[in-house]
Design a protein around this ligand. Structure first.
Ligand code: CAA
Ligand code: NAP
Length: 248
């Protein structure tokens, strides 16, 4: 059987890069799909993946735009074949207390974190159902489970994301397609490095395992949920948070 093809949105970001590498190591053909706004960063990413023997390729997308996602899928289908695995990892923060939040800060976060997942899933589900195999993983957040000061927009998007996951999981369950969410805790990526130092130190000091998460911690969970053998796992929210939020 030829290698399964995976798209990872936000693929050149902190978590996205680790996810691409983990899936490539597992034998997948991986498309790192991300904004094409920073050519220096893309060049650095492409150079960094040279050890993966062509198993990780960059393609441009803006997940907030349906037509951009449609165009991405046309290019990927033509160049690499059908898509078996979709990891929705593109995400942004625009933190502000609600009293100060602009409509733009609200719309931008919902547009990428939530609309973006609809825009991408809509492109791949028909093909996955026809072929009787698919794995979709949506990257939610611990802050979607707990709420966080300054993140009404982000928490709403990440909680809404898991509602989307559960609904789509039900729709696709008999078609060989699984849909799951991962809720990472705070991980060592540019998104978290942007938190003011004093607040970040305080957050990390409260993580039960005593350290910040590494992108590889999340990537391992993505590999687990996207394995061919993971067909009985669907509609799940898998927390990977060092014990930062425990629930049942
Ligand atoms: N809890 C309770 N009160 C808080 C607070 C908090 N975390 N942060 C600020 N406040 C209080 C202040 O003490 C102040 O109180 P007073 O009015 O009584 O003096 C008041 O709220 C200030 O409110 P403002 O709206 O003026 O807040 P601000 O503009 O100074 O800052 C903020 C708000 C931008 C959200 C800032 O607090 C901040 O950057 N917080 C960090 C946000 C954060 O951690 N984001 C996570 C990003 S990473 C991520 O999201 C990844 C993931 O999924 C885990
Ligand atoms: P990151 O390093 O900022 O990576 C996110 C990537 O998504 C970036 O490359 C970003 O590009 C890209 N992106 C932004 N808007 C996009 C769009 N419209 N279309 C396509 N790509 C877009 O963040 P991260 O920490 O890896 O986060 C990855 C995912 O995990 C996000 O969904 C985030 O919410 C979630 N998460 C992260 C943490 C954590 O602690 N890091 C915890 C819980 C959940 P630009 O850099 O050019 O904007």
């Amino acid at each position: 059987m030829s290698a399964r093809t995976a798209i990872v949105t936000g693929g050149i970001g902190g978590l996205g890069t680790a996810i691409c590498q983990q899936l490539a190591q597992a034998g997948r053909q991986v498309i790192a799909a991300d904004l094409d706004s920073r050519s220096d960063r893309i060049a650095a990413f492409v150079a960094e993946q040279s050890g993966y023997a062509g198993k990780i390729q960059f393609e441009a997308v803006n997940v907030a735009h349906f037509a951009s996602c449609q165009a991405l899928l046309e290019r990927v289908n033509a160049r690499y074949g059908a898509v078996d695995i979709l990891v929705n990892a593109a995400g942004i923060t625009r933190d502000s207390s609600l009293r100060k939040m602009s409509e733009q800060q609200w719309q931008e976060v919902i547009g990428v974190n939530l609309d973006g997942v609809f825009n991408m899933c809509r492109q791949v589900v028909d093909g996955m159902c026809e072929r009787g195999f698919g794995r979709i993983v949506n990257i939610s957040s611990i802050n979607g489970q707990t709420g966080a000061f300054g993140q009404t927009n982000y928490a709403a998007s990440k909680a809404g994301l898991h509602g989307f996951t559960m609904a789509l999981a039900r729709e696709l369950a008999r078609k060989g397609v699984t849909v799951n969410s991962i809720a990472p805790g705070y991980c060592r990526t540019p998104m978290v490095e942007a938190i003011p130092q004093a607040i970040r130190d305080q957050i990390i000091s409260q993580i039960p395992v005593g350290r910040i998460g590494e992108p590889s911690d999340i990537a391992r969970a993505v590999e687990f949920l996207t394995a061919d053998a993971a067909g009985y796992l669907t509609g799940v929210l898998l927390p990977v948070n060092g014990g930062g939020f425990m629930s049942f």
